[in-house]
Write a protein that binds this ligand. Structure first.
Ligand code: PLP
Length: 366
């Protein structure tokens, strides 16, 4: 099996699993209990918080643990919506955890402006400035796009948001662990991440916020996580997230090698097929290749690769005989010829050169 679908999810790192185990079997106390087992669990959580803060260049008290990236995004968006009729601005490339929620809120009377992305997958900053001219409450702009891997100029978006008096939510779910992140340099007010994208388990994420205390909780209860996220914390998952964050930080330099493998994959595929690499002219995550095979059928390609033991994702879908490209490819105006045949290959620091060569060989035969 060759796993090239790491933007969907990653394998839990061995070190992460090892770090988590004692918190299931030995240090299983409630982190809010006053006894030794409770204190040990509490220390595990606070270590995890410090490790996540370090990955993001923030402070530990600015980090709250959640169940996933979707929840982190929802906390911020619903907080803004609770304050009255809100004006939201979001890029066309945002993940459904943001766009679908914002569309629901638009249906309830809030205002939503979607700012386009250009043919290279970059945010149209001119359109962003226009959208913000009349003021806004929240701008949602992702750091790296999950399909194309394009890295957005968030500091530029932050300057525009600040000028208009809007807060900025940066979805860093795909960027974390793959590129250096510094919340201050980004100019963000809120940053969301998700563990399963960088070798922590599924079911744990985090929200970084400049001012946790001013956020409104999605639900009420025992007041855990500074009152923002009531419910007994999942100590093992948080410990795993922290361990994955510190490993990712330490191994960031290895992403250069991942970038070389990705480039080799793109070159190898271009040599055997008529393809277009989406976002190739923009800064991109080193692990992501979104490749449109001219005249190809993404669903069929993914199926053929699956039969050959290669796991990838399609950038287009076929439902009841009708083909549709992803919203991101449509926003980029990718011609149908390439859009319908788009496949996303996403590598990780565990991907080997041999796997890349084998994939190129399989694609040549397919
Ligand atoms: N944001 C982006 C950019 C993503 O790629 C994803 C997941 O694919 C999410 C948010 C949602 O993360 P989670 O699966 O942890 O809810």
């Amino acid at each position: 099996m060759i796993y090239l679908d790491n933007n969907a999810t990653t394998r839990v790192a061995d070190e992460v699993l090892e770090a988590m185990k004692p918190y299931y079997t030995t240090w299983y106390g409630n982190p809010h209990s006053a006894h030794a087992l409770g204190r040990a669990a509490h220390e595990g959580i606070e270590k995890g918080r410090a490790e996540v803060a370090e990955l993001l260049g923030g402070k530990a008290h600015e980090v709250v643990f959640t169940s996933c990236g979707t929840e982190s995004n929802a906390i911020v968006i619903r907080h803004i919506a609770r304050k009255g009729r809100a004006r939201f601005v979001a890029t066309a490339g945002e993940h459904p955890s943001i766009l679908n929620l914002l569309r629901e809120l638009e249906g309830e009377g809030h205002e939503l402006t979607v700012v386009g992305i250009d043919g290279d997958g970059k945010i149209d900053l001119g359109a962003m400035e226009t959208a913000l001219a009349g003021g806004a409450d929240l701008v949602c702009a992702m750091l790296a796009q999950n399909e194309t891997g394009v890295i957005h100029d968030i500091p530029a978006v932050a300057r525009l948001a600040q000028k208009s008096g809007a807060r900025l939510l940066v979805d860093a779910v795909q960027a974390s662990g793959k590129i250096e992140i510094d919340v201050s340099a980004l100019g963000a007010d809120y940053v969301s991440i998700s563990g399963h994208k960088f070798h922590a388990p599924k079911g744990v994420g985090a929200l970084w916020a400049r001012e946790i205390a001013e956020l409104t909780p999605l639900w009420r209860g025992g007041g855990q996580e500074q009152g923002l996220r009531s419910g007994t914390e999942s100590v093992p998952l948080i410990v795993g997230l922290g361990k994955a964050a510190s490993l990712a930080k330490r191994r960031l330099p290895s992403m250069d090698c991942v970038g070389e493998l990705r480039d080799r994959l793109e070159a190898g595929i271009a040599a055997v097929s008529d393809v277009r690499v989406h976002g190739a002219a923009s800064p991109r995550l080193p692990n992501t290749a979104s490749i449109g095979f001219r005249g190809g059928d993404a669903t069929a390609l993914v199926g053929r690769l699956d039969e050959a033991g290669v796991c990838v994702s399609a950038g287009a879908a076929c439902h009841s005989g009708a083909r549709s490209a992803s919203a991101v490819l449509r926003a980029m105006n990718v011609p149908d010829d390439y859009a319908f045949g788009t496949v996303r290959f996403s590598l990780s620091r565990e991907t080997t050169p041999a796997e890349i060569e084998e994939t190129i060989g399989i694609l040549a035969r397919t």
